[in-house]
Design a protein around this ligand. Structure first.
Ligand code: BES
Ligand code: ZN
Length: 842
């Protein structure tokens, strides 16, 4: 369904006045929108949702003022003002008075709790600015905004620009007026009112003002010490981007604000970037290396949007990937520069590329560019296709064009479209003009078609050929889809743009895992690559790629699972975190598949064999000055080995928990932050009521969100069904913020003992969950973990449920989930006996 506003009314400027009531949870508003009418009209339609409009008036110069009546269209989320006579072509002003609710749904203009008090804050992307003020709420309706907020005297107000005037009245109210914004989209506005403290640093050398930008990080009272890391990363990122894009950040301030209740991870509002506390704050005592890395990545992502997204905005949500795919790519460039020790480009392969592969292997994936109309459709495409596949095709193009042409093309694109909107075509055009290469032609099928290729290396006699076809998660999906797409694939220095190509080499294909393809080698070929792994002759990316392809080919029915299990054993001497990270993801998937089978203990024994050497090598204790990725590897190896049942590891975790938990005498021997996840998870996985009580007590007493996340996740890992049920109830209790509920439920989902409990729980609490989260960023998580089910009967149950409870916000996700279940069931049927025999021998 397409619901665009008519094109003959264009907003140019909004003067907005808002007065939030932090006690009664409502707000009063008044706005004057300067409009241009390109033809006479009796009606003006704009977006508005859950707003009570008190009056509307059309004003033209000083002579004309016409009152209009309002008609709401709830479904289209619009309000139409109907005037008694036709309004003339040209400029005029629409003046509207309204009021609304400061809701608790983390969207639109909403409230968030700190201590016993509340702040007011906003989350507008994608289509919720209309919940704060009637507006032309589409990304290409750019305008200038003059914001004025009337707030209680003890609070501060933050918006996109700097405050320019502050007046205080006798009743204790402050009026804060902000400087006009640049020309921008509605979804990037932000208003925040509450008690905050902050730290700051100038972006460029010299003092603030005179074209310099002040970077500030805001927290609720008492937390500003946790803002240092973020401030430092932000300043470095901004410098990097100003240089890389060759365009200065145009605003005098860049504020970053930690909000206690937040729907997504973070939001790039121009000049007023909002975050969850867990994606912004770092507590040196409590934050792990993984927490730090994530905070840095999120900041780099949101700040990349200040150019990609804010300065140049997608024409319509169909091109959302220009925002999200881009930011997801560029963040790696910045982080690689700032934290070279993260080895972040190699991590890319086991994060973004892996996520892209996984979702894009489904028949129910979608093209990067996808037609969307209503808000439900829009919110659903904030997925791994727009983000990770988008980032992955950009990385491929970056390597293909060369870093310099790519960067120059981006500069060209940004300068051409700044303060405006653009489409995918516009980007290709700019890159083409700079590089002289047919970018549009090469990229067409990567962004306009679903899926990605599998390249088969085929030997017939003396001839060796590469043949491409679309890759599917399972033979069922492949059969049903009959896709003949041919991609232009950069591969080992060549461009393969036909169905097949001669190939004389015998080394690894897709070196560096640069392209979005998988490779299927003949048996002997693979064996020779395997020996190269053993001899340490392949780089980490390529070792990772071999493992990934091998497992994915098994899942998809192209080769037996035992081949992958065999290959994995040649990785026992592996020491690279990223390779282990991929292997861990793959084995976890298999672990999930086999968890309810009678021979599962044998798979656990296999798991112990795979991880014992690396876990022993890493040990429990940090070495001084060790690599960042080694800290990550330690936590991973120990947890996996413990998860597969190694008693020594479990005992050590329990021991450390006893010594380190706050309940022990004096909290002696605090647990090192990098190991807390391992410890909590293993304690829960092997614990009972007593451990459940301790973890819940710690959760309730804890104020740090990263620590809360770790504790919450561990609550999903108990084996006892009674305790898991309690964890589910706890997730929706008053002790858990709405933003953290789904994380706990998802953890129970992911536990083979908890799968069915979680699903029953979701069905039982469906109305409440939908009420709380539908339309929001993480709603699809209510369903997506069901992709771990392995039985056709499970799929049927879900199908039946959604038939009775239609859920347009998750329609595609549900189709994807069902497809995964069918794929799992087929995989298990096909390879179960083989795996069992193989494991019998290990
Ligand atoms: N623009 C998004 C935030 C967003 C997502 C708003 C979905 C509305 C709907 C932001 O830039 C973003 O992508 N945030 C990510 C974190 C990021 C580091 C991948 C998020 O919130 O998950
Ligand atoms: Zn983003």
């Amino acid at each position: 369904m397409t619901v665009r506003l008519p094109a003959h009314v264009k907003p140019e400027r909004y003067e907005i006045f808002l007065k939030p009531d932090l006690i009664g949870f409502s707000f009063e508003g008044e706005e004057t929108i300067s409009l241009v009418l390109s033809k006479p009209t009796k009606e003006i339609t704009l977006h508005s949702a859950e707003i009570d409009i008190k009056s509307a008036e059309w004003i033209k110069g000083s002579q004309e003022s016409i009152g209009g009546r309002v008609e709401y269209n709830k479904k289209a989320e619009t309000a139409t003002f109907i005037f008694p006579k036709s309004l003339k072509t040209g400029k005029g002003e629409l003046k509207i008075k309204f009021s609304g609710i400061l809701n608790d749904k983390m969207r639109g203009f909403y409230r968030s709790k700190y201590g016993e008090k509340h702040m007011a804050t906003t989350q507008f992307e994608s289509t919720d600015a209309r919940r704060a003020f009637p507006s032309f709420d589409e990304p290409n309706q750019k305008a200038i905004f003059d914001v004025t907020l009337m707030i209680p005297g003890n609070t501060v107000a933050i918006s996109n620009t700097v405050e320019s005037v502050v007046k205080e009245d006798e009743a204790g109210w402050k009026v804060v007026k902000f400087a006009p914004t640049p020309k921008m989209s509605t979804y990037l506005l932000a208003f925040i009112v509450g008690e905050f403290e902050y730290i700051e640093a100038p972006l460029r050398q010299g003092s603030a003002g005179q074209g310099n930008t002040m970077v500030r990080v805001f927290t609720t009272p008492g937390k500003k010490d946790q803002a240092k890391f973020a401030l430092d990363v932000a300043v470095k990122c901004m410098k990097y981007y100003e240089d890389y894009f060759d365009i200065k950040y145009p605003l005098p301030v860049l504020d970053m604000i930690a909000i206690p209740d937040f729907a997504a991870g973070a939001m790039e509002n121009w000049g007023a970037v909002t975050y969850r506390e867990s994606t912004l704050l770092i507590d040196e005592e409590k934050s792990s290396s993984a927490n730090k890395q994530w905070v840095a990545m999120v900041i780099a992502h949101e700040l990349a949007h200040q150019w990609f997204g804010n300065l140049v905005t997608m024409e319509w949500w169909t091109h959302l990937w220009l925002n999200e795919g881009f930011a997801s790519f560029i963040e790696y460039l910045a982080i690689d520069e700032i934290f070279p020790e993260y080895d972040i480009w190699t991590q890319f392969i086991s994060t973004e590329l892996a996520d892209a592969f996984s979702l894009d292997a489904l028949k129910n994936t979608h093209p990067i560019e996808v037609e969307v109309g209503d808000p439900a459709e829009i919110s659903e495409i904030f997925d791994r296709i727009s983000y990770s596949k988008g980032a992955s095709v950009l990385r491929m193009l970056w390597k293909y064009l060369g870093e310099k042409d790519f960067r120059d093309g981006l500069r060209h694109y940004l300068k051409r479209h700044q303060y405006g909107n653009a489409s995918t075509e516009d980007l290709w055009k700019a890159l083409e003009e700079v590089s002289g290469k047919p970018v549009g032609k090469i990229m067409a099928n990567w962004t306009s078609k679903s899926g990605h290729p599998l390249i088969r290396v085929q030997r017939t006699g003396n001839r060796q050929q590469l043949i491409q076809e679309r890759f599917f998660i399972s033979p069922i999906s492949k059969r049903e889809s009959k896709d003949n797409t041919i991609w232009s694939i950069p591969i080992n220095g060549k461009l393969m743009d036909k169905k097949s190509m001669e190939w004389t080499g015998n080394g690894k294909l897709n070196l560096g895992e640069v392209s979005l393809v998988r490779v299927d080698y003949p048996h002997q070929y693979l064996k020779s690559l395997e020996s190269q792994v053993k001899l340490g002759k392949l780089g980490a990316s390529d070792r990772l790629g071999l493992i990934r392809d091998s497992f994915d080919l098994a899942q998809s029915g192209n080769s037996p699972t035992t081949l992958a299990l065999e290959l994995a054993k040649s990785y026992i001497n592996e020491t690279d975190y990223i390779v282990w990270s991929e292997l861990t993801g793959q084995l976890s998937q298999l672990d999930n598949l086999l968890a309810l089978e009678d021979f599962y203990p044998k798979f656990q024994a296999y798991g112990r064999e795979v991880y014992s050497k690396i876990a022993a090598k890493m040990g429990w204790d940090k070495r001084s000055g060790e690599k960042h990725t080694d800290s990550l590897l330690r936590a991973m190896a120990l947890y996996q080995l413990g998860k597969y049942g190694e008693l020594g590891i479990i005992r050590e975790a329990q021991e450390r928990f006893k010594k380190g938990s706050p309940r022990s005498a004096g909290g002696a021997g605090r647990i090192e932050p990098d190991l807390r996840g391992v410890v909590y998870n293993l304690v829960a996985g092997n614990g009972g009521q007593k451990e459940w009580n301790s973890l819940v007590k710690m959760y309730k007493e804890e104020d740090n969100q990263q620590e809360k996340d770790r504790l919450g996740r561990s609550l999903g890992l108990f084996k006892s069904k009674t305790l898991l049920k309690r964890s589910l109830e706890f997730a929706i209790s008053k002790d858990v913020r709405f933003q953290n509920t789904l994380g706990i439920i998802v953890s129970v989902w992911g536990n083979s003992e908890g799968r069915y409990l979680a699903w029953e729980f979701i069905k039982k609490n469906w109305k409440m969950l939908k009420e709380r989260y539908a339309g929001g960023h993480y709603f699809t998580r209510v369903f997506s973990p069901a992709g771990e089910f392995t039985k056709v009967s499970d799929a049927k149950d879900i199908e039946e449920f959604v038939k009775k409870n239609p859920t347009p916000e998750a329609e595609r996700t549900i189709a994807q989930t069902l497809e995964r279940i069918y794929a799992n069931s087929e995989w298990l049927k096909r390879d179960k006996e083989g795996i069992k025999r193989f494991l019998g021998k290990v």
